[in-house]
Design a binder for this molecule. Structure first.
Ligand SMILES: C[S@@+](CC[C@H](N)C(=O)[O-])C[C@H]1O[C@@H](n2cnc3c(N)ncnc32)[C@H](O)[C@@H]1O
Ligand SMILES: Nc1nc2[nH]cc(C(=O)O)c2c(=O)[nH]1
Ligand code: SF4
Ligand SMILES: [Mg+2]
Length: 262
């Protein structure tokens, strides 16, 4: 449900735009039911709540209208929960944009958890928040995500430095894997991504108080369309076997290509 335009990294959530009351709200780009397309829960019917606004700008972002050109409707938590409850699924995926930018995401997760929902949070791993999260689906961003001038979908590389500075926060990553059941889901294009993944895992294993098993590391092919996935997925599957990590498909792209609300 893309509605109003916002140019802020953190889209307004204070209700001013609507003159709303004390009820907390979130900028919502879309809310829909689908099958979880990625990760260890792939195939599970789930309701997706997609917040708008991101602190990064991956050149390949498949959710352009939450990052590069964010749009949203402001929904109260009450409205969000009511819409979630209108579907049958018992799993909710809170995603974005970057859902943990918004402190109101914590209360949304609390309300969903109280109602018995299993919650997955899709996050880029740069922000930690204390919330009832059943699965932290963390996707740390590699150098190959940086919007250099030749890869910038919008300008001429204005975001490259900010993205590069912010994309890895070891402290936040360690806090997430220590606090929650988690998976680390890397977007991989080719062999050149592998040394950086191994280095990052080495650093994270050095600082985190919990073991990070190779089985919790997932390689996901880069591709927002069927055509692009056809170019990347076989090599990425081979890399997963070679390094002993898991491979995750992008089931929703196979099924529905790049259609919205899927
Ligand atoms: C749109 S992001 C939103 C959550 C959070 N900002 C993040 O990046 O994890 C949801 C998932 O899609 C992945 N993703 C985005 N664009 C992609 C692309 N073109 N190919 C493969 N994965 C992509 C992200 O890495 C993340 O795992
Ligand atoms: N079906 C489906 N599964 C997904 N898993 C993570 C998604 C996301 O955008 O965070 C996503 C998505 O957009 N659609
Ligand atoms: S961190 Fe996630 S939402 Fe933000 S630009 Fe990257 S893929 Fe898109
Ligand atoms: Mg998606």
């Amino acid at each position: 449900m893309p509605v109003s335009d916002s140019v802020d990294d953190r889209a307004a959530t204070d209700g001013e735009a609507t003159g709303a009351s004390d009820e907390p709200s979130l900028p919502i780009n879309e809310l829909f039911e689908s099958l979880q397309g990625e990760g260890t829960l792939a195939g599970v019917p789930s309701v997706f709540v997609r917040t708008s606004g991101c602190n990064l700008r991956c050149w390949f972002c498949d959710s352009y209208h939450t990052s590069w050109e964010p749009t949203h409707a402001t929904m109260s938590l009450e409205e969000i929960v009511a819409e979630v409850e209108s579907y049958d699924a018992g799993h909710v995926v809170l995603t974005g944009g970057e859902p943990l930018l918004h402190e109101e995401s914590v209360e949304l997760l609390e309300r969903l958890s109280e109602r018995g929902y299993h919650t997955t949070v899709e996050t880029n791993g740069t922000i930690y928040r204390d919330a009832p999260i059943d699965l932290a689906s963390v996707s740390p961003k590699l150098e190959s995500s940086t919007p250099t001038p030749d890869r910038d979908p919008k300008g001429e590389g204005e975001w490259a430095e900010k993205h590069e500075d912010a994309r890895i926060d070891l402290e936040a990553l360690a806090a997430l894997v220590e606090a929650y059941d988690s998976q680390l889901k890397f977007v991989v294009t080719d062999d050149e991504d592998m040394p950086e993944i191994l280095d990052l895992l080495g650093e994270l294993r050095g600082v985190a108080d919990v073991p990070i098993r190779d089985g919790d590391v997932l390689l996901m092919p880069e591709g927002a369309t069927r055509e692009r996935l056809a170019e990347t997925r076989t090599r990425v599957a081979d890399l997963a076997m070679e390094y002993g990590f898991r491979y995750t498909p992008r089931l929703h792209v196979d099924l529905w290509n790049d259609a919205p609300e899927t």
